[in-house]
Design a protein around this ligand. Structure first.
Ligand code: GLC
Length: 555
């Protein structure tokens, strides 16, 4: 395979990598209990190698009571028995490396599980103790302390405070949880907390992982006076808990740790609407990259996408951090459903509205294919959420009694939550569990799979040249083998309204690769002196149909 002249060195493998997000509980079930696990994931590593990805990001695999699907961690240095053992993780890391695949693990530093030994010790130790200083315990307001210490609301709905029963049986202090009550927030002004997480980072780097995804990365630091919020605060130094300046000193020390191991990377989950503030998390001495949520949230509209792409590249270029491109993840609606709605934008706080819209799955799928080629042609790294390569849609009709996401329960059903993007993958066969669990499994998949997924299994799509899976495989193979797709900038080409056209690397020995994405209502004429490398749909008579993208080699 030819290597790009400007391709990243082994130490900066992440700069142009294709990274697969593996949501363990829904990827593959090895032991037949209806929940995905590490032996299941390991058995399917050859599938991922064939897909052509460079790295896997594992959602949390640690011991957890699963109040938030593993984002409530009780032990940061082990594996939940439902997923396997530490030996399984070691074996998986080794085998992935042997296949040329890097491993990224998820670390959740904003909060622990309420079963974490530090939190149970804090409950037992009582008010004013050193154990409680690692979290945010405060007396309540009102004469009898029966009102929460401030008016903060949980991101999952309801108050961000829960009152505890003290060791003597009386109602006592309250503790802060920006997410579910089972996820108490750490107090990052505690030196214990800082030391603990630096050690957790070293633990996983020493075990051979190549990167760490930092959960809720902008939320760690709180104003110690815990003031009420008025709702008008912008994320930033004056906000009581979002994007405060202190957070950067944490990531500076984490970066030093990552850099002390060769080739390790840190990627932050930073949900900020302001791209300039997002960029503050990236660069020398900060994180290597952050997820590009403005791109994910962007509607299927050429001018809006062009604006996000330009802004992303302009902000990243001086920082030396590569851009990342993300179409979906385990927290948002699946992309074929989003693009099949009359409103193709997305935001976490309007999920109920989006679910109320009609979905044209065929149109959404066509657009998602076009978006895949557009995304994979952009300079930087690309994240692919499991099932995206199969074109799975958001499952919006999960029966209420089977929903698991705490968002659903805490909003009393006002927000449908994220279960619809987390349904176990269909591998083969014509009925559930579609090869997700082995024959003779003792339980059904933990969320029900739609019967229509018989047409979207890995086995079915592998056999069909026009499938999403075949497109992803072809695109990832070409992206990896074409020198033009190395670590180089893009050059926009003039194009009609509603059309995005850009070239990658004029200096590459293989020549220029041009990506044209047609988001307009009519066909677009392709240049005559060009060979089609790959198209997201049929291209006849030199015309690129609407909602279709193409990669061309320009003579
Ligand atoms: C992040 C995760 C999400 C989780 C939340 C709390 O946003 O992606 O799944 O629920 O943090 O840890």
């Amino acid at each position: 395979m030819p290597s790009a002249p400007s391709s990243p060195s082994p130490d900066t493998w992440w700069r142009a990598a294709a990274i697969y997000q593996l949501y363990v509980r829904s990827f593959a079930d090895g032991d037949g209990n209806g929940i995905g696990d590490l032996p299941g994931a390991r058995a399917h590593l050859p599938y991922l190698a064939e897909l052509g990805i460079d790295a896997i990001w594992f959602n949390p695999w640690y011991p957890s009571p699963m109040a938030d699907a593993g984002y409530d961690i009780a032990d940061y240095r082990s594996i939940d028995p439902v997923f396997g053992t530490l030996a399984d993780a070691d074996g998986l890391i080794l085998e992935a490396h042997a296949l040329g695949i890097k491993i990224i693990v998820d670390v959740v530093p904003n909060h622990a599980s309420d079963r974490h030994p530090w939190f149970t010790a804090a409950l037992a130790a009582g008010p004013g103790s050193a154990e409680r200083a690692r979290f945010w315990f405060r007396p309540g307001r009102g004469d009898d302390g029966s009102l929460p210490p401030n008016n903060w609301q949980s991101i999952f709905g309801g108050p961000a405070w829960t009152r505890v029963v003290e060791p003597d049986g009386s109602l006592g202090e309250w503790y802060l949880h920006l997410f579910a009550p089972e996820q108490p927030d750490f107090n990052w002004s505690s030196p214990d907390v800082r030391r603990e997480f630096e050690d957790v980072l070293r633990f996983w780097f020493s075990r051979g992982v190549d990167g760490i995804r930092i959960d809720s990365a902008a939320l760690l630091c709180k104003d110690p006076t815990l003031p009420d919020v008025s709702g008008s605060e912008l994320p930033g130094p004056a906000h009581p808990f979002m994007d405060r300046d202190e957070v950067h000193s944490i990531y500076q020390s984490w970066r030093a740790i990552a850099d002390s191991y060769a080739g390790r990377m840190l990627i932050g989950e930073v949900w900020l609407p302001d791209a300039a503030r997002l960029a503050r998390y990236v660069g020398p001495g900060e994180l290597h990259t952050v997820f590009n949520f403005p791109y994910l949230n962007c509607p299927w509209d050429a001018a809006s996408l062009r604006q996000v792409i330009d802004q992303t590249l302009a902000l990243n270029a001086p920082l030396g951090g590569p851009a990342t491109w993300v179409l979906s993840n385990h927290d948002v609606d699946r992309v074929v459903s989003r693009y099949g709605r009359p409103d193709t934008s997305f935001s976490l706080d309007r999920r109920a509205y989006f679910h109320s819209l009609p979905v044209d799955l065929a149109l959404g799928t066509q657009r998602a294919k076009a978006a895949a080629l557009l995304t994979m042609a952009l300079p930087g790294s690309v994240y692919i959420y499991q099932g995206e390569e199969l074109g799975l849609g958001e499952v919006q009709d999960i029966p209420d009694e089977l929903r698991q996401d705490p968002i659903w329960a805490r909003t009393h059903g006002a927000d449908p939550g994220r279960d619809g993007s987390r349904v176990p993958l269909p591998w083969a066969g014509t009925e559930p569990p579609f090869g997700f669990s082995p024959a003779g499994a003792s339980a059904e998949p933990w969320l029900p799979q739609p019967k229509e997924w018989r047409d979207l299994t890995v086995a079915t799509e592998s056999a069909h040249p026009g499938s999403m899976l075949r497109l992803y495989r072809d695109a990832l193979r070409i992206r990896r083998s074409q020198p033009a797709f190395g670590d180089s900038p893009l050059t926009w080409q003039s194009s009609a309204s509603g059309v995005l056209a850009f070239d990658r690397d004029e200096c590459a020995p293989g020549g220029i690769v041009r990506c044209i994405a047609n988001l307009s209502a009519g066909p677009v004429e392709l240049p005559q002196d060009a060979d089609v490398l790959l198209a997201s749909g049929p291209v006849d008579d030199g015309l690129l149909p609407p909602d279709t993208s193409v990669w061309l080699r320009i003579a």
